[in-house]
Design a protein around this ligand. Structure first.
Ligand code: ADP
Length: 529
């Protein structure tokens, strides 16, 4: 029974326990006893309810006080934050605008809001100007890259003549001074060409247009090619040139052979250039097989040369930078090679590392994750890449004597010098053949119908009808005659796209300008067998 009710029963009726209540109730008849009992019970329940309500009330007051203090604390934090924000805004405003000099403690909220909104507007204008300037800079950069790509393309055309004709001249009877002049012209032409190629590569990298190929590569052959190209330079300086290839190297890998070769040539060439005595070593280590068909290949080029200081190292991989930038520097070069190699290796998913000590030598190295192919899949890489880079694999082959057989050869090119250069080169290789010339695609197609040549050299960019169109027309007409003429594209752009477009248009292969005499010879003799 509720304690309050018990107290009242005690006070007014003298009942202090359940037994007293029982005795008290027994003094009534049954009807009244029940009524009184019911009354006492309902009062008891009311008291219980009342107490429960009071407890709830107290609790809710307690809870709301707690919540209130929590909210208060949060508000205080917010307030603090806002003060901080206002402080920051004012600091920023003062930095942005020297005239924004006022004591914000005394400024009204409206004034502050107005000033800040004014600054926000100015900020928007600045952002807009910044956006426009960025866009202009990007456009200028794109224009620069396009200009460089076009320039390189244009420069290659006259170089084609310089290298080609000096190559032909070298093969004629000359007295010794004339011979050395021609050698110099030829060497300078080739040096200029490699610089133009570097500029073209850099502009392609900057324009985001550089793409890698994935073809099957014979690593051993690739290293041998690097060796062949650089052996002479090392011999001339009296430097030992070693190639250290571990025996467990899988011979076939998948990657971009031209670019990989370019990187290795650059690194070995630099090593020879910057080494006066001692040796240069190119090593290839096959680290481990990390997945089923992926392996880690570490290429490293180590020399005993002049070395690189930590200071020089910092800027070495940037464009146009050389360790020795003084006007009295001993070594030539454009300072593009390492920047290009670094970008290429990066595109291959790795980076070039350098360990070097000034005066002692340098070691450039990088590790590529490559797919290696089991030896039994012994497909020659020249087969996989059969249509590309014609003659490249035969370039070391020396074929004595010119072919005696008579062939009909058609050259289609709008540039007179290119026409007569290619004509002279072909004549030198196969004196008995009849050579026909056409100056655009339309003429080319007409002469194809007239002479039914064995081979066609087709320039790409020509007035009236370009090389792609002319090739398509020839292929169409061959469907009727059920024949196939070898069409070799003559490309100057050296872009990956060119090669794809040539093959799509139905050409069999392509030769890059400037045309290498040895490549042309190997190719002609091969295809005219
Ligand atoms: P380039 O050789 O055409 O100047 P690179 O980008 O290939 O351009 O090289 C940049 C510079 O890095 C070189 O000029 C040279 O100072 C330095 N360098 C590169 N390789 C070596 C090396 N093996 N030993 C010493 N210095 C080197």
């Amino acid at each position: 029974m509720n304690s309050l009710l018990l107290r009242q029963l005690r006070k007014y009726l003298g009942i202090s326990s359940e037994i007293d209540l029982e005795t008290f109730l027994n003094g009534f008849d049954e009807v009244n006893k029940k009524k009184i009992q019911g009354f006492i019970n309902s009062v008891d329940l009311s008291y219980v309810d009342m107490e429960r309500a009071s407890i709830l009330n107290t609790r809710s007051v307690e809870i709301s006080t707690k919540e209130l203090s929590e909210v208060n604390a949060l508000l205080r934090i917010e307030l603090q934050k806002n003060k901080q924000i206002i402080n920051n805004l004012i600091n920023t405003a003062q930095i942005l605008n020297k005239d924004f000099n006022f004591n914000y403690e005394n400024i009204s909220a409206e004034e502050l809001a107005e000033k800040i909104s004014h600054l926000a507007k100015e900020n928007l204008i600045i952002q807009e100007k910044h956006k426009i300037a960025k866009l202009e800079a990007e456009n200028a950069n794109k224009a620069k890259s396009e200009f460089l790509a076009n320039m390189s393309h244009e420069l290659r055309t006259p170089l084609n003549a310089v290298i080609g004709y000096s190559d032909l001249l070298r093969m004629t009877e000359l007295e010794s001074s004339q011979k050395s002049y021609v050698e110099l012209i030829h060497l300078s032409g080739n040096n200029l060409l490699s610089m133009i190629n570097d500029v073209l590569d850099i502009s392609k990298i900057e324009a985001g247009k550089l793409e890698l190929e994935t073809i099957q590569i014979d690593v051993i052959q690739l290293i041998n090619e690097v060796k062949d190209i650089l052996r002479f330079a090392a011999e001339q300086k009296g430097i030992e040139l070693n190639f250290n290839i571990k025996e467990n190297i899988p011979r076939w890998i998948i990657g971009d052979s031209i670019r990989l070769k370019q990187i290795l040539i650059n690194l070995v060439n630099n090593a020879i250039k910057f080494t006066n005595k001692g040796k240069v070593e190119l090593s290839l280590i096959f680290n481990q097989s990390i997945e089923n068909e992926i392996g880690l290949f570490t290429f490293s080029v180590q020399d005993t040369g002049i070395g690189i200081t930590p200071e020089q190292k910092k800027k070495l991989f940037s464009k146009f930078s050389q360790a020795d930038s003084s006007t009295t520097r001993k070594f030539g070069g454009t300072g593009l090679g390492l920047a290009i190699s670094a970008s290429l290796v990066e595109k291959m998913g790795s980076s070039i590392e350098l360990d070097s000590e000034s005066g002692k030598g340098s070691k450039f190295y990088f590790t590529l994750k490559l797919t290696y192919i089991k030896e039994e899949m012994n497909i020659p890489s020249s087969e996989t890449k059969k249509n590309l880079q014609v003659g490249q694999n035969n370039s070391n082959q020396t074929i004595e004597g010119d072919t005696k057989k008579q062939f009909s050869i058609l050259i289609v090119d709008d540039n007179e010098i290119n026409l007569s250069l290619l004509n002279s080169m072909i004549y030198k290789i196969t004196k008995n053949s009849s050579i026909h010339k056409a100056r655009n695609g339309i003429e080319g197609f007409e002469q194809y119908l007239k002479y039914k040549p064995d081979i066609i050299f087709m320039d790409i960019q020509m007035p009236e009808m370009d090389g792609y169109e002319a090739t398509k027309k020839i292929r169409e007409s061959e469907k009727v005659s059920n024949s196939h003429v070898n069409i070799i594209a003559l490309t100057a752009g050296a872009l990956k796209d060119d090669e794809k477009k040539c093959l799509e248009a139905g050409m069999d292969s392509y030769l890059k300008k400037p045309i290498d005499f040895k490549l042309l010879k190997a190719y002609l003799l091969n295809s005219l067998k």
